[in-house]
Structures are given as C-alpha cells and as structure tokens.
Design a protein around this ligand. Structure first.
Ligand code: CMP
Length: 438
C-alpha cells in the first residue's frame, strides 16, 4: 500500500510547480470524492445518491482539464510511465457509462487514483523533512478508502431490501467492516450466505495484514519523526560511555557535553562542510554564501564590499565554536588564522592575562594583526559565552588581501587603530613565544 520508492529528484517534480501547487490538491480532492461516491452510487442505486449526476459532471469536467494539463508534462517527460498515466487520465475522464449505457463502467473513474498515488509519491520526495508524517497521512488515506470500499462491497453482498434505509445499511456495513478489520468482531453481524463467508474471510485477512503493517511501522515512523534528535541522543550516550571509560574529569565532561548541546541547538548537529561536500562548484558557492549570510550581514565592512570579495571570503571561511571560558589563543602564540565573530562575546586580554583591552562582539574580527604584521599574537583572546566564529587561514587571507585592496586597506586601518589604542603594544617575536612554550 505504501511504496518506498524514491523517484529521482526532479523527475516529475515539475508537476507540482507554480499553479499546479494548488491544482494538484484540488484534483486529489475531486478524485477522492469520485472514489467514494462511485461505488456508493452503484450499490445504493440512483435514488440514494441523488446528487450523483451533478457530482459526476463536475468530476468529468475536472478530469478532462487535468488530462489536458498532464498531456503537456507527458510530452515533456517522454517516459513510458508518463504516457501510461496519461492513458489512465483519459480513461478516467471519458464517460463510458453514459455513452454505452452500461452504468458499472463508471468504475473506470477510479483509475484516476493511479495519478493520486503518483502525486503522493512526489509530494513525499519533495518534503523529506515531513516524510514520516506524510507516510502516516497517506496510510490513513488509503486505509479509509479501503474500509469504505470493503463496507460498500459487504452492502452489495447483503443486498438492500425494498423500503430499507440505504444510509443506515451503509453505516451498519461500515460498523461490521471496522469491527472485523480490527479483529474485534462482536459477532452481532455474521456472514450468512457462502459469498458472505468468503468475503468475511478476505476482510479478516486484510485486517491481519493491516495490523501487522501498523504495528511494524507506526513505532518506526514516530521514532523517525525526529531523526536528528534521536541521532543526537545516541551520540550523547556513546560520548557519556566513552568519557566514563576514559575517566575524564567531571568538569571536562560537563564542558564536552555543553559544547555538543550548543552545536546541536545551533545547527541540529549538522556539520556545514558535510552539506557542501560533493556539490558542483556553482552550487557550492551559492550554498556557501547562503550559509554564511549571517556573518556577511553582521560585519559592517562586508555590507559595502563588492560581490567578488564576499564570494572569496565566504568560500574560505570555516565555522567553529568556543564554549564559555575557552581561550582562542594566548599572547605570544604563533598566529596563522584570523576570526570573524558571528555570535557571542570575547575579551582581549593583556599580557598579564587580567587586564581587559577590549570586548569584541558579533560582526567584529580579531587575530588579523599577527597576519598583517607577521608577528606573534599581541594579546590573549578568551570566549565570554558560547561563541560562533568563522576562521580564515593565513594563505586564504593573504590571497584575499592581494586580490582585494579595499579589504587590505580596511584590515590595515583596523590594525593601526588597535595598535594606536595601545601604545605599549609591542610586537612579540617568535623567540618570545618559544620562551613561553618552554
Ligand atoms: P593578534 O595580535 O593576531 O591577536 C590578538 C588580537 O587581539 C589582535 O590580533 C587583534 O585582532 C585583537 N586586538 C588587539 N588589540 C585590540 C584592541 N585594542 N581592540 C580590539 N582588538 C584588539
């Protein structure tokens, strides 16, 4: 009943673009109305479904329009499946029952459900995040329709005595059908004739199959509703076990846990580079720009910078996270990276490690001086809270400085200003940092 085939992305998805987004749900509704009304009309007779000719007229008109629309996409798609579905559309649209006078031919309207099933598959593939919810919804849809058909079938077998109320009889059939399918079977309505006994057996077998399906799938579906959360919880459990095994001190354990929780909350545990990996270059650039739009908007200099500079920087920046109290680098360290702050606050500490020279926040950058002046770190930088930063490595930095004089000027001006603010700021040599490490 539920097909897990994933059609290649894009194939058929054109069918749901633009105005089709509204048309397709409408069509599904009309096809469903036909699927409910047609069997009822056949079994209950003309008198009980007096609105049927009007319903059938509307259904036909809509099916004809839809077949014409689908003709266009079948031509474009040029696949045997496309043409087969189009044939089904045409069969469903032609009023064979009126032309031939053989009323049961109205059943051919139900062929349209093939198209409904195909749309459902496309919707589902278009909405991977709602995949499981849609599976449940579609399962409910087909189940409800099947129960209706089985109930109408039972009604047809029992027959309608003259003078009996058709709707009451339908309701009873539905009741029998549901109680048999759910294996409740009170036994208040029992099969009498042989065909009824056979039919009841078929319904029971269908019910068992349905039960099996529900039990096997619903728990998985519900668990899968939040796959990212489940993955996160599992990785946290593995982490906790590992940390216990390695006897990592409690405080470090807490920091590791907090780091993972922060990353999870900010990015759902998804590593940006894994999303970008394997994308073709043009798409890679566009996605990189989009993912880094927050930082690009926050840095005042970038707002007025030209496109090519922003693209160059976006392609070279890599995200990283610091937790409260983390030291990004110490004064005197070798410096090969500069950082842009996307979120959070950091403090710039003097050589004594106590005096705060400056506090930096979102949209600001640091670590550029070591690169521009080719010296070791002039200060220690420490995260005050959780910080989301983007790092730019020396090679990329140098290349961008060479290619974009406006960026180079801005960075140099900032460096000069920071140096001027602290006249005592003397470049530390590499020998200095060597001494510190010793
Ligand atoms: P760098 O010397 O590589 O490492 C320390 C960083 O702190 C330095 O680059 C600057 O980016 C930053 N920094 C130094 N002085 C100041 C200041 N006065 N105001 C803001 N940031 C500073």
């Amino acid at each position: 009943m539920i097909d897990d085939e994933i059609s290649p992305r894009g194939a058929g998805s054109d069918e749901l673009r633009g105005p089709m987004r509204a048309w397709v749900p409408f069509m599904q509704l009309v096809a469903t109305v036909a699927a409910v009304a047609v069997p009822l009309r056949i079994v209950l007779g003309a008198g009980w479904v007096s609105a049927f000719p009007a319903i059938d007229g509307v259904v036909m008109a809509v099916f004809v329009i839809d077949a014409l629309i689908n003709l266009r996409s079948a031509r474009k798609e040029q696949t045997s499946r496309g043409w087969l579905l189009l044939a089904a559309d045409v069969v469903a649209a032609i009023p064979f029952h009126l032309r031939t006078g053989i009323f049961p031919l109205v059943f051919l309207r139900l062929v349209k459900l093939l198209r409904v099933a195909r749309w459902m598959r496309i919707w589902r593939n278009e909405r991977p995040t709602r995949w499981n919810v849609l599976r449940l919804v579609y399962f409910g849809y087909w189940l409800a329709l099947s129960v209706h058909w089985l109930a109408v079938g039972w009604l047809a077998l029992r027959g309608i005595a003259p003078g009996a109320n058709g709707w009451t009889l339908y309701l009873r059939s539905l009741y029998w059908c549901i109680s048999t399918l759910t294996t409740i079977g009170y036994g208040d309505i029992t099969p009498e004739s042989n065909p009824e006994v056979v039919y009841a057996m078929i319904v029971m077998i269908f019910g068992v199959g349905m039960y099996g399906y529900v039990i096997a799938n619903v728990s998985t579906i519900i668990t899968n509703l939040q796959p990212a959360r489940v993955r996160h919880q599992e990785s946290m459990e593995t982490l906790a076990a590992f940390m216990r095994y390695k006897r990592i001190p409690g405080d470090l354990q807490r920091r590791i846990r907090e780091y993972h929780t922060h990353v999870w909350e900010q990015r759902l545990g998804v590593d940006e580079s894994s999303i970008l990996a394997g994308l073709p270059p043009a798409l890679f650039t566009d996605v990189s720009l989009f993912l880094k739009r927050d930082i690009i908007q926050k840095v005042p200099f970038f707002r007025s910078a030209d496109e090519s500079l922003i693209r160059d920087i976006a392609l070279q920046m890599h995200p990283l996270v610091f937790t409260p109290g983390d030291v990004v680098f110490h004064v005197g360290d070798e410096g090969n990276t500069m950082y842009f702050i996307s979120r959070g606050k950091l403090e710039v500490l003097d050589r004594d490690g106590v005096t705060v020279r400056a506090t930096l926040g979102a949209g600001e950058f640091f670590g550029e001086m070591a690169l521009v002046l080719d010296q070791t770190r002039s200060a220690t930088v420490r995260a005050l809270g959780y910080c989301d930063l983007y790092r730019l490595e020396r090679d990329a930095f140098n290349a961008i400085m060479r290619r974009h004089p406006s960026f180079a000027d801005h960075i140099r001006a900032m460096t000069a200003e920071r140096q001027a603010n602290f006249p005592g700021l003397s470049p530390t040599s590499n020998i200095d940092s060597q001494a510190r490490e010793d």
